[in-house]
Design a protein around this ligand. Structure first.
Ligand SMILES: C[S@@+](CC[C@H](N)C(=O)[O-])C[C@H]1O[C@@H](n2cnc3c(N)ncnc32)[C@H](O)[C@@H]1O
Length: 282
């Protein structure tokens, strides 16, 4: 699906899994934390190589980028980390050129550590976008502390407060493939989100836990179609194969005989035989 990506774009929150993109796509890496900040936040990833963070900024406020200046935005396993996912999607829309693409993978909560949480409802998300998510922040951390980290009672409360004070990047929201689509449709209707879904993939292998959306910002002239895959490079030391030459049809034996010197006498003899065999008219 990364075939869709070309030109200049950003990947937000690539961390240790930057998306492999075609050579025709140039990526700038954006994260809410600088690389040292990420190293401190994720000590368990000490042995991993991180994508180089070139712009520090939040997905909910991409003010480092002008309107309509990018060809693509990659946001894998990011949206669930946003307190305001609608704000994030609207920012993606703002910074993209018409026809620009969002490549967005999201974990399906049934296949991750979110499986014991309640799926985030559409109403919850719309309400938070309208009225502010800050009032729910504590509840989100407590939900995480209880249903993801398995803490109970006062322990769960204390752990939630600790995570909140550190600004730990939890999954504020959790979706299944279908509940995300419900949210996407509602955000289009309510908040002027104007992406078209041009590609969609569900988990296929047992080790997959994500579903992928390809969204295109509408272009007033064209409908975007799937681009051709990158050309496969041929071995330059080998001459290009030419198609097999067309052979002319082989003449039949009958035609060969007719065009040979034997043709006229044979035709004469055949005519005589036909006359001899013809019934006499009375
Ligand atoms: C779970 S990691 C995803 C890593 C990788 N993209 C992947 O697919 O596995 C989430 C990343 O998003 C970043 N992130 C979380 N909240 C963000 C925000 N509001 N703005 C920008 N980046 C954010 C985190 O710092 C982290 O790098």
């Amino acid at each position: 699906m990364a075939t869709w990506l070309s030109g200049e774009g950003i990947e937000i929150g690539a961390l240790h899994h930057p998306l492999a993109v075609p050579a025709r796509a140039k990526v700038t890496y954006v994260d809410r934390l600088s690389e040292p900040g990420l190293r401190e936040h994720y000590p368990e990833l000490a042995d991993e190589t991180f994508a180089p963070v070139e712009v520090v900024g939040s997905a909910e406020d991409l003010s480092a980028f002008n309107d309509g200046c990018l060809d693509f935005v990659i946001a894998n396993h990011l949206l669930e980390h946003l307190e305001y996912p609608v704000r994030g999607l609207l920012e993606f829309q703002r910074v993209l050129r018409p026809g620009g693409i969002v490549y967005m993978a999201l974990p399906d909560m049934r296949l991750t550590f979110d499986r014991d949480r309640e799926p985030t409802s559409v109403e919850h998300l719309l309400e938070e976008h309208r009225d502010g998510a800050i009032v729910n922040r504590r509840a989100h951390y407590l939900d995480w502390s209880t249903h993801v980290e398995g803490k109970r009672g006062a322990d769960a409360e204390a752990h939630a407060v600790q995570l909140m004070e550190r600004g730990y990047s939890i999954h504020f929201h959790a979706w299944r493939a279908d509940s995300f689509l419900d949210f996407f449709v509602a955000a289009r209707r309510e908040f002027g989100l104007d992406f078209q879904l041009v590609g969609y993939a569900v988990p296929e292998r047992p080790e997959d836990n994500e579903f992928i959306h390809l969204l295109a910002k509408p272009d007033c002239v064209k409908v975007r179609l799937r681009p051709e895959p990158e050309p496969v490079h041929q071995d330059p030391s080998r001459p290009p194969e030419s198609p097999p030459a067309q052979q002319p049809p082989r003449p039949s034996l009958r035609a060969l005989l007719a065009s040979s010197p034997l043709g006229p006498p044979v035709r004469l003899a055949k005519r005589g035989l036909r006359l001899l065999r013809a019934p006499a008219h009375h």
